[in-house]
Design a protein around this ligand. Structure first.
Ligand SMILES: Cc1cc2nc3c(=O)[nH]c(=O)nc-3n(C[C@H](O)[C@H](O)[C@H](O)COP(=O)(O)O)c2cc1C
Length: 320
């Protein structure tokens, strides 16, 4: 069974972005569910072997804190044996196992993973059945609509197979794989998926304001919404969405609040082994739209460690 979610607004899995520090921040700001970035089933198996020898667990590889719960781990990879093994390794640590069938990056689709699987009905049926039988925790799915414009309705068949095999929730980003992030997410497809499904549907794509979230609920009837890019450097969005859905109003945050929030993020990163390049990326996002932001960002790019980055970010308070 799916856990109870404290809010209908979820944070999207984002490679290099949804690290444990940002996830915790979004959780504290009211995200109902947070998801790890996608993780290769093969790397989980390899790491577990290494860690076992040192009496450590996979938690050294996929870092998180219990405050993030309910916490979903997203897996990718289509080798059925490896999938079963990896799912069993991570199951004790996570509340939901999510499966990625949306990633458009060529290095993923070329290994018959991510969005490429949308056109492989037989294999996906086996993947879902393997996962659902391997673990007792709920298994969920994240998909795009199809691969190319001519196959943009593949989601209909995949969703049906998923439901038949016991997948408990589907997150839907209604763009094709070949679209990447261009154009718009076609929310009408979310409405269609909701109408043909008997499991909860999470609508995803192009939500950047609380108003967008409400519109997606109203137009599609989806059960939950998931936010990716709109939450980058902007964890306040979850509180704003929750408030807007309840009261039709929400608190605005200033650039100073955003900077404070970046320093909270930086502080949280101390507890994890997050790559410095990713932390720099977050600094860039937290300064988006700020007066003097582009100058600041060229300095951020050159910073070599967190001490330097902290100094640069402290100067931003006088810019606004
Ligand atoms: C930098 C970045 C990394 C992403 N990584 C993942 C990922 O690991 N797994 C996944 O399912 N989707 C990933 N996505 C897609 C998002 O989860 C989401 O579906 C997409 O960005 C659309 O939502 P949005 O318009 O709210 O950003 C990523 C997106 C971005 C921008």
């Amino acid at each position: 069974m799916l856990p109870k979610f404290s809010s209908p607004a979820f944070l999207a899995p984002m490679a290099g972005v949804s690290d444990p520090a940002l996830r915790l921040q979004c959780k504290k700001m009211g995200a109902g569910l947070v998801v790890t970035e996608f993780t290769s089933i093969h790397s989980i198996i390899a790491k577990e072997k290494q860690f076992k020898e040192k009496m450590q667990t996979i938690r050294e590889f996929i870092e998180y804190s219990d405050q993030e719960r309910p916490l979903s781990i997203q897996l990718f990879g289509s080798d059925l044996n490896a999938l079963e093994k990896a799912a069993k390794i991570v199951e004790p640590f996570f509340d939901i196992i999510d499966y990625n069938m949306g990633c458009p990056a060529p290095h993923i689709t070329q290994q018959m993973a991510g969005g490429a699987l949308l056109q492989e009905a037989n294999l996906t049926q086996q993947i879902f059945s393997t996962l659902v039988n391997a673990v007792k925790k709920p298994v969920t799915l994240k998909i795009r609509s199809g691969v190319t414009d001519t196959s943009k309705f593949l989601f209909r068949e995949i969703a049906e197979i998923a439901e038949d095999e016991g997948i408990q929730m589907i997150t839907f980003h209604p763009r094709t794989v070949s679209q990447g992030y261009s154009g718009h997410a076609d929310w009408k497809m979310i409405k269609e998926l909701k109408e043909i499904s008997n499991i909860p549907i999470v609508g995803n794509g192009d939500i950047v304001t609380p108003e967008d979230a409400k519109t997606m609920f109203d137009e599609t009837g989806c059960d939950y919404v998931m936010i990716g890019r709109g939450a980058m450097g902007n964890p306040f969005l979850f509180e704003q969405i929750n408030d807007f859905l309840k009261t039709n109003s929400y608190k605005e945050y200033s650039f100073k609040d955003r900077l404070d929030s970046f320093f909270d993020y930086l502080h949280l990163t101390n507890a994890y082994k997050i790559k410095f390049a990713n932390i720099k990326g977050q600094a860039m996002r937290f300064t988006k739209g700020m007066k003097g932001g582009s100058k600041l960002r060229s300095k951020i790019t050159l910073s070599k460690n967190t001490v330097e980055l902290e100094k640069i970010m402290s100067t931003a308070y006088s810019l606004d």
